[in-house]
Design a protein. Sequence first.
Length: 156
Amino acid sequence: MTKVKSWREKLSDSKDLPKVVTLNDPAQKHWKGNTMAIPSPLEVNEIMAAVPKGKLITIQEIRKIIALKHRADIGCPLTCGIFSWISAHAAEEEAAEGKKNTTPYWRTLKTGGELNPKYPGGVEKQKRLLEAEGHKVFQKGKKTLVENFEMKLLKD
């Protein structure tokens, strides 16, 4: 029977990543690009960890950073989203063991400034952590969003 990996083990498991792949014709049309950078989990974590208090980042911004870094047309939306989720859980794992400076995953939002229900503690915990840092969070239909998030995005 195989042992279940911890979140930190998943975060450190880069397999054969990062890599840049050439997209097939339908994917090129869909994504409007020829190449896609697929990051390693640690690359996504590194970007998330660099977001200072008072600032925010979206998965879309992470994708742009990854694409630029690897000289690709786009950053992979699927892996950037999955790896942000792994990063969040790894940070909570570290916090549970008493580590103080963990990746501030709550500062990473979904596209459009939406909170991520898949993060540890769900939207409620992310909202509480963001509000503690001075962000205003509101409900719009089924989505929970950060008010004026664009004004607080991390800039290069």
